[in-house]
Design a protein around this ligand. Structure first.
Ligand SMILES: NC(=O)c1ccc[n+]([C@@H]2O[C@H](COP(=O)([O-])OP(=O)(O)OC[C@H]3O[C@@H](n4cnc5c(N)ncnc54)[C@H](OP(=O)(O)O)[C@@H]3O)[C@@H](O)[C@H]2O)c1
Length: 273
């Protein structure tokens, strides 16, 4: 239990996931959470569902909060921080999940030696199975580390990294769900091509990805060893593996992570100019 007052600035997909996670983990009570946004009807639905406070005034949400979590798009973060920075002070803790916005930029815009953290979660946070990497600004203490880790553990797994690694995190786990959706989609089509009904193929493909990931995680065994364990000499799997290797599956995925990382770096440079 953190028992802190929390402002969620921008209650969209990720903001709502955090509200749900924070409440499920009982980190604080609904009465201590205020969500802000631009559309009151959308906020009212959240108030009804979760019993939280709502406002269309970001300053109002942030003013009395111990922790301010910025869940808005990168394109509006400067505007929102410009609007809020006068009410923010160094006894608060500002956490941003906006892609590309550096801790140095936030510290510069807000000023007042404010403790900040920059996080890169992913969309699986909406089902409590997210992967979040966190890096911290210059003015944080151990308690800020604990707070940020507890909040994001409420929606999945957490790692802390030096900020120089956040672009690679974006390329791997930030964008990663999209790569895996493509893999799932292709496996489904493979099953359909070979005559399986689509619903059966979908069920099998999804569970195969989920089960394989769970086995890697729970056994802590390297995936190459797990793969060898299911590869019978002269059998079906080795033939499929040969096909995947011929088409460069592993190189393709390595390149995908690398190219997304480079793009994240380019975008971040533009944003923080
Ligand atoms: N989704 C992901 O997979 C993912 C992964 C990692 C990081 N992120 C980061 O998370 C952030 C949010 O992403 P999202 O997917 O949750 O986006 P989203 O669903 O579009 O949510 C953004 C929310 O911000 C609100 N908003 C817009 N302008 C605002 C303003 N001036 N003041 C207050 N609230 C405002 C919007 O409310 P209205 O609709 O009412 O305007 C919307 O509810 C982004 O910066 C993104 O880079 C997302």
């Amino acid at each position: 239990m953190l028992n802190k007052t929390i402002a969620i600035i921008g209650a969209g997909n990720m903001g709502t996931a955090l509200i749900r996670g924070i409440l499920n983990a009982k980190l604080t009570s609904a009465k201590k959470i205020t969500a802000s946004g631009t559309r009151i009807e959308k906020l009212e639905k959240l108030a009804t569902e979760y019993g939280i406070n709502i406002t269309v005034d970001n300053k109002e949400a942030a003013k009395h909060a111990d922790i301010v979590i910025l869940c808005i798009k990168t394109s509006v973060i400067r505007k929102v921080l410009d609007e809020m920075h006068k009410v923010l002070h160094k006894n608060q803790f500002v956490i941003s999940i906006a892609a590309g916005v550096t801790t140095a930029s936030m510290e510069k815009i807000i000023g007042r030696n404010i403790p900040v953290a920059r996080c890169m979660p992913n969309i699986a946070s909406t089902v409590g199975l997210g992967s979040t990497a966190i890096s911290f600004g210059k003015h944080v203490h151990a308690t800020h580390h604990d707070i940020a880790i507890k909040i994001f553990e409420a929606v999945g797994e957490v790692v802390t990294v030096g900020e120089q690694h956040l672009d690679a995190v974006t390329g791997l786990s930030g964008s990663g769900p999209a790569y895996i959706y493509m893999v799932i989609e292709a496996l489904i089509d493979g099953g359909v091509k070979m005559g399986l009904p689509r619903d059966i193929s979908t069920k099998l493909a999804v569970q195969t990805v989920l089960g394989s990931a769970t086995l890697v995680k729970q056994s802590n065994v390297h995936p190459a060893i797990l793969r060898d364990q299911v590869t019978t000499p002269g059998g079906t799997t080795i033939n499929a593996i040969h096909e995947l290797e011929s088409h460069g599956l592993r190189s393709m995925l390595i390149d995908a992570v690398a190219t997304a990382t480079i793009r994240s770096r380019e975008l971040s440079e533009l944003i923080n100019k």
